[in-house]
Design a protein around this ligand. Structure first.
Ligand code: TYD
Ligand code: MG
Length: 456
């Protein structure tokens, strides 16, 4: 009997070592080597499982002159999901391989099943996680009349390829790469070597038959896609689905895209019957724009290339216990502490003995520094217990010196503010002129000046 062959794989970078060692010599991470069983066979292409592939589906590559290559040759497939198309950079590229990551329960399977049901082509949805009945129940909830969608519950790649040659789908979806297993390697599903091998078989299939493949990938505790980092290098596009599970809004982001920009985002709302595309992101704010309270300020931020109006809420109260509490939801806590220090040092507000709670509504996490000024306004509004006008909004970064700093894409932000009918937007001084917007644009260079204007 053949001896069982094992090697050591680094769980971080995926490199292979012949023996155990404490530190991976490739990526210098400690304690990441795990022993896995490998047993390679000679033939390990995806065709070997099925014999000869129909010639019609094969594409024999030949060297071509770059000047003679027609870039418009392979048009993108329209997924009929505008937000999904936008994030992909205009639709699915034939022969591309896309990885969708996200926390458990965020809606990855729902999103891809919905895309799959709506596609006008023949699609094959392979699930290693749910039974066909469960998928059917989900599809019923999404309530789309689908005629071209095949469901397969299988985890062995060889069996999947066998079914593919029968069904000949135009789009292949794999619900989760971590459940797949190839016969060529004997380690368990989800291990580094399995993930790598299964992915490379799928890539080979995608490139040779020009079929787009969408993979779902699990993410680990720290938010990375489970499996080796090289998985992200292997695929063409890495998408991330994120949001707060207790809220309904979800954001789809491209972390890597070989065929488009990574600045675009897609916004969805999780409803009882699947995901709804949010084509006008400002409606998130409008639905929550009610009577004004002290401690509420509106920020004109950008998510990727799209303007997004966001409501910031702050609560400042006298600390009950010795150490004042600071908490931030949807905003970086370190940044909040910095803003509080700036307010104390540069503008003379004694917030050191106050509890400060900050919340971005809608369960959205904001990285755009343009939200800083709204954070300052919300905190001071709560501190003085004076409400701000609901017709005012803010868009600027705050520096360590208490200076108000300009942010990028000011014109787009001001246009969005005007579109939503705000009376006034507070920004940093800039040379740019904003004409004919119908909204007053007021610039301040120091926090003290803005505070004097707003609260006196
Ligand atoms: P799912 O797609 O299974 O998440 P993932 O594949 O990322 O683990 O989504 C599961 C959640 O979505 C579940 O908590 C229920 C919710 N959901 C809805 O709210 N409405 C729906 O129509 C569907 C199908 C799911
Ligand atoms: Mg799932």
């Amino acid at each position: 009997m053949a001896k069982v062959k094992t090697t050591w794989f680094c769980q971080s970078c995926g490199s292979q070592h012949s023996k155990w060692q404490g530190q991976c010599s490739t990526c210098k991470e400690w304690n990441t080597l795990v022993e896995e069983v490998v047993q390679k066979e000679q033939k390990k292409t995806w065709e070997s499982a099925v014999g000869e592939v129909p010639l019609s589906r094969k594409r024999a590559p030949k060297p071509q002159l770059i000047s003679e290559i027609n870039a418009a040759e392979s048009p993108r497939l329209d997924t009929t999901n505008a937000e999904f198309n936008r994030v992909l950079g205009g639709g699915l590229v034939p022969g591309s391989i896309t990885l969708l990551g996200g926390e458990p329960g965020i809606g990855k399977s729902t999103l891809l099943l919905q895309v799959c049901l709506n596609l006008p082509f023949k699609t094959l949805y392979v699930s290693g996680e749910e039974s066909a009945q469960q998928i059917k129940m989900r599809a019923n909830r999404i309530k789309e009349e689908a005629v071209n969608c095949y469901i397969l519950t299988e985890t062995k790649t060889q069996n999947i390829f066998r079914q593919i040659t029968e069904v000949e789908p135009d789009v292949l979806i794999i619900d989760s790469i971590q459940t797949l297993q190839t016969d060529h390697i004997e380690s368990s599903p989800g291990s580094v070597s399995q993930i790598r091998e299964c992915t490379s078989e799928l890539i080979k299939f995608a490139k040779e038959t020009n079929t787009p493949v969408l993979l779902i990938g699990h993410i680990t505790k720290d938010g990375n896609i489970a499996g080796p980092k090289i998985l992200e290098h292997m695929v063409d596009t890495v998408l991330q689905f994120e949001g707060d599970r207790n809220h309904t809004y979800r954001i789809l982001r491209a972390l890597k895209n070989r065929f488009g920009s990574t600045h675009e985002i897609g916004i969805y709302e999780m409803l009882g019957h699947g995901l709804r595309e949010v084509t006008n992101p400002s409606e998130i704010l409008i639905s929550q724009r009610g009577a004004t309270l002290s401690g509420t300020a509106i920020a004109a931020t950008m998510e990727g290339m799209r303007p997004l109006m966001i409501e910031v809420q702050a609560l400042v109260s006298t600390a009950v216990y010795g150490t004042p509490q600071r908490s931030a939801t949807g905003y970086n806590l370190k940044r909040l502490n910095m803003i509080l220090a700036v307010l104390e040092k540069r503008a003379g507000f004694k917030l050191g003995q106050k509890d400060v709670f900050l919340n971005i509504t809608g369960g959205i996490t904001v990285d755009d520094p343009a939200i800083d000024l709204a954070v300052v306004a919300a905190i001071l509004s709560s501190n003085f217990d004076l409400e701000l006008s609901s017709q005012h909004c803010f868009s600027a970064e705050v520096g360590l010196g208490g200076e108000i700093r300009p942010v990028s894409r000011m014109e787009q932000r001001v246009n969005e503010v005007a579109k939503l009918g705000f009376d006034k937007v507070f920004i940093a001084p800039s040379k740019q002129e904003f004409k004919n917007t119908g909204t007053e644009v007021q610039a301040f260079s120091k926090i003290e000046d803005l505070v004097r204007y707003l609260f006196s």
